[in-house]
Every structure is written in C-alpha cells, then in structure tokens.
Design a protein around this ligand. Sequence first.
Ligand SMILES: [Zn+2]
Length: 99
Amino acid sequence: MPALHLFTRKLDQDDTGRQILARWRAWLEVCQCDPQAPAEDCELHIVLHHCDRYTKIIDAEWNGIVEWFTGPPGKSLITPEQVAEMNQRWRLPATDESQ
Ligand SMILES: [Zn+2]
C-alpha cells in the first residue's frame, strides 16, 4: 500500500485528522494548472517544487547528515551496522522519476 494511503487513512481516524485532510484537499483543489505546464505563481506547485528540491538535497547529503548526527567515523557512538539499519529504516527506495 502506498505511503500516502497509509497517511490519509491515519488522518481519517479522528476529527482533527479529518479536519486537516479536508483543509489539505481544499488547498489541493485550488490548483487548476496544466500538469505539463504548471503556472509559476501556483502555490501548490511552488511547494511541490521546493519539497522535491528538499528531498533531493537530503538524499544527496544523507551520508553526511547521518555522520552529523552520529559523529565522525571512528568517534561515532553507533556502529556502521546501526548506520546501515538507519539507512534501511528511514531512506525510501529510489524511484524512477519518469513513472
Ligand atoms: Zn498548480
């Protein structure tokens, strides 16, 4: 099951979540862009663009970020095996952008 479905199903379980979901859907519906040529001033597409950029930066810098949290190699309190486990638990698999 896609992560978005799990997320929206969880939100749909109580009043606060349903309120957030309704506001989020209303925000999404404001966008009237042609998906192939989104308007430059569309707030939704500006947010999507920056989320995509953020995700790419996090992905590209992941090993450095892990090191920043755990300390430099050799001085880290966690083992390389734990770093590998963190990568497995928290990193989403790479996806093909053409899909
Ligand atoms: Zn748009």
